[in-house]
Write a protein that binds this ligand. Sequence first.
Ligand code: UN1
Length: 490
Amino acid sequence: MTASMISSSAVDLASFIAGEWREGTGHDIVSENPARPSETVARGRAASVADVDTAVAAARRAGRDWSAMPAHERGAVLRRASRLVADRAEEWGAELAREEGKTLPEGIGEVRRAAQILDYYGADADRESGSLYSSPRRGERIMVTRRPLGTVALITPFNFPIAIPAWKIAPALAYGNTVVWKPAHPVPLLAMRLAQALDEAGLPAGVLSLVLGEGEIGQALVEHAGIDGVSFTGSTRVGRAIATSCAGRGVPVQAELGGKNAAVVLADADLELATGQILAGAFNSSGQKCTATSRLVVVDAVADDLLALLTARADELVVGDPLAEGTRLGPVVSGYARGAIASGVDTALAEGARVLTSRPLIDDADGDGHFVRPAILEVQGADDFLWREELFGPVLAAHRVGSADEAFDLADAGPFGLSAAVFTTDLGTALESIDRLDVGMLHVNSETAGADPHVPFGGSKGSAFGPREQGQAARDFYTSTTTVYLRGTA
Ligand code: UN1
């Protein structure tokens, strides 16, 4: 597929409520191409609070039949949806690139990943669903079974417009819940695509509703009395507000929040390998991943060599239209995001940070697209703004240290604990890093980003609230257990 084959006409947006595609009854919404903001990708109307009520009521009504359906049949719907998504990976991947701004290969890769997640949970519905214990009493067995939470509210971010929704929706549905989903407002089209696939795959009416809209719709949803659980991915500020509100009503919450993920490069590291992995971690998707590498801790012995390699290659990365061949960084999602990244870099400069890369962060030659050039800055201290705050853009802060011991301390300090990468060729040092770094994901000799559907995903400290996502952790969140004491009458 080439850029010229991709349709530039605007798609009509609709919400999917109680099994019907309908225009919301809220205000007008427009999805723009961040590479050319004057180009409309999709338009329509947001859902209203009344639409949220309708969706939650329908989800509650649908819950009894859906949870009673054999898990195998629920899984079959997910597996059919997986095939439909995979079949459209090229088409929807291009729409994703146009709506969100990541490059075409990244967009297609993300749609394929969503298909893989649907497939995984489609099959997981058939695996064991409880456990059996012996009893201290004669003639009795103790069985632990699972039941769904009920109707769950899912709030998803802009940066993975189809993969993150899939990794919340698929387990929620597989384990028998019904779902009302509010995607991030910049990416309504990709949300529609995923809901379409699930609808076409035969999901019964009301089991999944999609309500398009902004923060007030998300708030109405998570505060709705008919919601039995909430899963959220987004900022630490919003996630904590949701957790506070839900705690007051006894509603369980799973929240994936910010990150300020460090790559630690030690004296014995393979520098060529580290350079490629750090560039990928810091600059893929223009740094807009909660798992992106935004801090580099490098020991003095290799600092000059590593920083020279990184800056030379960062300066060569092609920034431009995400649909054009060869582009490595598309735009960031909005003008607001671009302004916030630029102002974060200004703050860093005022605090004495030194820019190592040679291109300007923002270049007027880019036209009105929200482009940001990859930047590497060396900071002065661990209290610096750029060392602590998540910018969610292609900006890497670097800090030199004298030893591996100092490197682990510095990487571990700070408010977040999502992911980290350690580059070393020594097994003992790799093992030590597991104990030294309080993070949810630790990559030894690979970039900080990435996730697989069968293993836990999430962070510690300010990076998460509540249980992990994915794999067994998702089952634990989306179900509660019933301990059954099973005895005959004899
Ligand atoms: C990845 O690293 O591939 O919002 C996934 C995010 C994370 C997902 C990252 N929840 O960026």
